[in-house]
Design a protein around this ligand. Structure first.
Ligand SMILES: Cc1cc2nc3c(=O)[nH]c(=O)nc-3n(C[C@H](O)[C@H](O)[C@H](O)COP(=O)(O)OP(=O)(O)OC[C@H]3O[C@@H](n4cnc5c(N)ncnc54)[C@H](O)[C@@H]3O)c2cc1C
Length: 508
């Protein structure tokens, strides 16, 4: 039984919504505990298409509120994290059998004007017969449009929110599952299990925010035992990563004859990311994988456009995530709302439980603000919203300043390769200096694990970013899983489990 004083709020789930709320809450003076059963961003928040976008397609479903909020938010987020996010241009080829040109033009006009733009350039019409983006496409695609959205490193976004939450006083516990919770007078008693050590313990809190993503209903119904009709529609989305399919830095958005769209995006220098599918998911969300049918769907969808067909042999990696969409009884997975829905319950004006359904990576900060507005009545001294103008860790430099930062870092660490320097800037921003520390030569970086991963960075990731396993590092803190071989990964895992580095945010 815990003797510790109660938390103001326990947040269940270390995806983007949980970590975004923890950061906002801590910055407003609440004592917050965030519990994540696995690694941060282990579930949906590392499996997205990684776009800060308004969602061009959602205009067709009249989701104007969501699209407008997301469009405005893109530039707020770009400014707050210029290391892990950057503008991207998207090429939309006109397909003569699908949406007419005037409709694309209208949609893009709305997209350009609904949310206001200061940083991102507007839409342009393209002649694909002459434009570089036309080269990899079939000759039948002669016209198209180019518009702006943004890229974001989704799982790094989650970790940086968690780090900043902790820096502002929140407690972050990974590998800590909420087993159950019940009301006891004016407080909640929350049962926790450290899934690493097996230890169980209890904490008290005034409020709970359930950000379980695809598990939000399971937590609500099976762990907290609330009577509620609210539920989620679990919609799986899979991506394939292929060897690089084209040689420029623009992305494609390809319309499909089923009304859907897929993206083909330059990825990690040498690859192309293609996604996504939209399939109702049955079973445990943790078992989501890209099926053969989904690989077939994505390769043939891309082959409809690329002159050289994309085949299953081109695929080097796949990943899958489950969208926790609010169940609004839509007829198809594609039509289910992408907007977030917040539902609050309490007992006699005390012990609030806020359940978070749906959402997008793009709107996580706005969702956090909305969540805190929901619980404000229970915490009258709650501070004002503040996250709109505060950079995430390492993001304290101008939107167009990454190149300059890389030059400066390279000059400070002349032994490091350009590739390594650029990777560090895109992951850590100004914190890259603390990652490299006082190293004066390559040997100061310690053991080399393969590609450009050295002991010093691994230590940083363990002591500052909650990494505990090789997988945490190679698939969520970075994408070095595309570069390291099996032996190198096994060596990294062994080192992490035996080197005795203190991990931040371990359950106590
Ligand atoms: C294929 C796909 C593509 C997408 N693309 C985009 C995009 O490009 N742009 C965009 O804006 N959005 C995109 N999204 C949407 C976005 O990824 C999600 O809305 C967002 O990641 C959901 O975050 P979350 O925090 O709610 O859920 P999650 O990230 O799933 O986090 C929930 C967490 O709760 C934890 N948890 C569950 N039960 C417990 C428990 N009992 N105790 C402790 N922890 C628990 C889980 O382990 C998990 O880590 C995409 C989604 C998918 C699936």
């Amino acid at each position: 039984m815990s003797t510790q004083s109660p938390y103001d709020v326990v947040i269940i789930g270390g995806g983007i919504n949980g970590c975004g709320i923890a950061r906002d809450a801590a910055g407003r003076g609440l004592s917050a505990l965030l519990c994540e059963k696995d690694d941060l961003a282990q579930a949906t928040s590392s499996a997205s298409t990684k776009l800060f976008h308004g969602g061009l397609r959602y205009l067709e479903y009249y989701e104007f509120r969501l699209v407008r909020e997301a469009l405005i938010e893109r530039e707020v987020l770009l400014r707050a994290m210029p290391h892990i996010s950057w503008p991207m241009r998207f090429v939309l080829p006109h397909h003569s059998g699908l949406r007419p040109s005037w409709l694309l033009r209208l949609g893009l006009f709305l997209y350009d004007h609904l949310g206001g733009r200061k940083i991102l350039p507007p839409t342009e019409a393209l002649n694909l017969k002459t434009h570089v983006a036309g080269k990899p496409l079939k000759d039948i695609y002669t016209k198209g449009f180019e518009y702006s959205d943004c890229w974001v490193e989704d799982s790094r976004l989650v970790v940086l929110n968690a780090r900043d939450a902790e820096a502002r006083g929140a407690t972050i516990k990974t590998r800590t599952r909420v087993e159950g919770a019940r009301r006891d007078g004016d407080l909640w008693l929350v049962d926790l299990k450290d899934t690493w050590s097996g230890e169980t313990y209890q904490v008290k809190t005034k409020a709970i925010i359930n950000c379980g993503g695809p598990w939000v209903s399971e937590i609500l119904h099976d762990r907290i035992h609330e009577q509620s009709k609210d539920g989620v529609r679990l919609v799986r989305g899979s991506h394939i990563v292929t060897k690089k399919l084209f040689d420029h830095d623009k992305s494609y958005i390809f319309q499909q004859s089923d009304g859907r769209i897929i993206f083909a995006i330059p990825y990690e220098d040498d690859f192309t990311l293609i996604g996504t599918t939209d399939v109702d998911h049955a079973g445990d969300p943790k078992d989501a994988v890209c099926t053969q049918d989904e690989i077939e769907y994505l390769t043939s969808a891309a082959s409809e456009y690329f002159a050289t067909p994309v085949t299953a042999d081109d695929v080097v990696w796949t990943f899958s995530g489950v969208r926790p969409l609010y169940d609004d009884n839509a007829s198809s997975a594609t039509e289910a709302t992408r907007d977030y829905v917040l539902k609050i319950r309490d007992e006699n004006g005390k012990t609030p439980l806020l359940n978070v359904f749906g959402g997008k990576i793009t709107t996580y900060r706005k969702l956090a603000e909305a969540a805190l507005s929901e619980i404000k009545g229970y915490f009258p001294s709650l501070g004002k919203s503040w996250t709109g103008a505060q950079p995430l860790p390492g993001g304290d430099f101008p939107v167009d300043g990454a190149g300059r930062l890389a030059l400066e870092l390279g000059a400070a660490y002349p032994f490091a390769s350009d590739r390594f320097i650029v990777r560090l800037i895109k992951a850590y921003g100004t914190d890259a200096y603390s990652v490299l520390g006082d190293a004066r030569s390559e040997s100061d970086l310690g053991r080399h694990f393969g590609w450009d991963l050295y002991e010093r960075e691994v230590q940083w990731l363990m002591s500052h970013e909650y990494a505990r396993t090789a997988e945490d590092i190679i698939w969520r803190r970075s994408k070095l899983g595309l570069r390291l071989n099996e032996n190198e990964i096994a060596t990294l895992e062994h080192w992490m489990q035996t080197a005795g580095v203190e991990v931040s945010a371990v359950a106590s």
